[in-house]
Design a protein around this ligand. Structure first.
Ligand code: SF4
Length: 329
């Protein structure tokens, strides 16, 4: 049986701003097993990055706050662990690849020094030679010749910078990698190379990964399971087969698939999901998707749908509950 690595239970995160409270994550439940790749999919503002930052307790100081829930990493309670304990986890057990490699690297340090920095912090027993040998190994692993370790970030292309960021994230062989849209800032040809490299590294190191993306194609090629996020909640979750080929889906997931251009059909317009993601400081009652949902029913406006679960597949929608339309069919 698969061993659980990360378990998030009923997570609620708010940002307290001068304009009011922003409800970014609202009762999120998620499990990642050892060595598993989970795709976390959703529109901008769905709460994907906030979820990742919460796992590392990197929410902005005095603004972001975990108000409820549990985050368990291999049994360790992340929310209540002390700062010293947290420093041992960050970069060591859990690493994060941020969206934009251009801003993730320090422009005044060589790339070799930036990889060495993480190793020195988490391996006080390693001497200089061992650290340098490991820096060389990490650069080779991501396809950069070790001779370039004394170069500065501005001497690398966008794709090469992202490889350096990945080398830093993997330097201490973390058990969990949080990859926040790791290829969004790269052009398409480089995107594919970086994703392929991440797949190979995952095979070699058996690192579990949460791959945050809005690209369902990236999910299909790289993930074992998928969680679709909307307005701070997981509204559908399952294996890649469940979500891509399953018999039932959340109307939002259906909308996401319909908005992918089909190159085999001649069409004048794409089919986007009407409307916008709700304002997280003023979330609607009932189902958060109700004002955009083509199948909205009366009770959707006032009652929050509960999860409907069949084996590995979960959908949070009234259509699949009790007297819901899909149940009556
Ligand atoms: Fe649509 Fe109702 Fe399902 Fe929400 S609960 S997705 S509004 S049918």
């Amino acid at each position: 049986m698969a061993e659980k690595l990360l378990e998030i239970k009923d997570l609620h995160v708010v940002y307290k701003t001068d304009e009011g409270c922003v409800y970014a994550v609202n009762g999120l439940n998620l499990t990642v097993n050892k060595g598993q790749v989970l795709g976390l999919v959703g529109e901008t503002g769905a709460g994907k990055t906030t979820t990742a930052l919460s796992i590392l307790r990197l929410l902005p100081d005095r603004i972001g706050e975990i108000v409820q829930g549990e985050i368990l990493l291999d049994g360790t309670d992340i929310i209540h662990c002390k700062d010293a304990e947290l420093r041992l986890i960050r970069g060591n057990k859990v690493s994060m690849i941020f969206q934009d490699p251009m801003t993730s690297l320090n422009p005044i340090l060589t790339v070799g020094d930036q990889i060495a920095e993480v190793l020195e912090l988490h391996n006080p027993d390693m001497n200089h030679e061992e650290i340098q040998a490991r820096v060389d190994d990490m650069l080779s692993l991501v396809g950069i010749v070790p001779e370039r370790k004394n170069d500065y970030p501005h001497q690398f292309s966008g794709g090469m910078k992202q490889r350096v960021v990945i080398a830093i994230a993997l330097a201490c062989t973390p058990e969990l990698l949080l990859a926040d849209e790791p290829t969004t800032a790269l052009d398409v040809t480089i995107q594919d190379q970086v994703l392929q490299m991440m797949r190979e590294l995952k095979e070699k190191l058996n690192t579990a990964m949460i791959l945050i993306t809005h690209d369902l194609g990236v999910v299909a090629n790289n993930c074992d399971s998928v969680a679709i996020m909307y307005a701070g909640e997981i509204i559908e979750q399952g294996t890649v087969e469940d979500v891509f080929e399953g018999a039932y889906h959340h109307p939002y997931t259906v909308g996401l698939f319909n908005s992918i251009p089909d190159l085999s059909k001649k069409t004048r317009r794409l089919s986007p999901i009407d409307g916008l993601m709700p304002d997280p400081s003023n979330l609607p009652s009932g189902c958060a998707f109700h004002d955009r949902c083509p199948r909205c029913m009366e009770k959707c406006v006032s009652q929050k749908p509960q999860p409907f679960v069949q084996d590995t597949h979960m959908v949070r929608c009234h259509l699949y509950q009790g007297d819901g339309e899909e149940m009556a069919r």
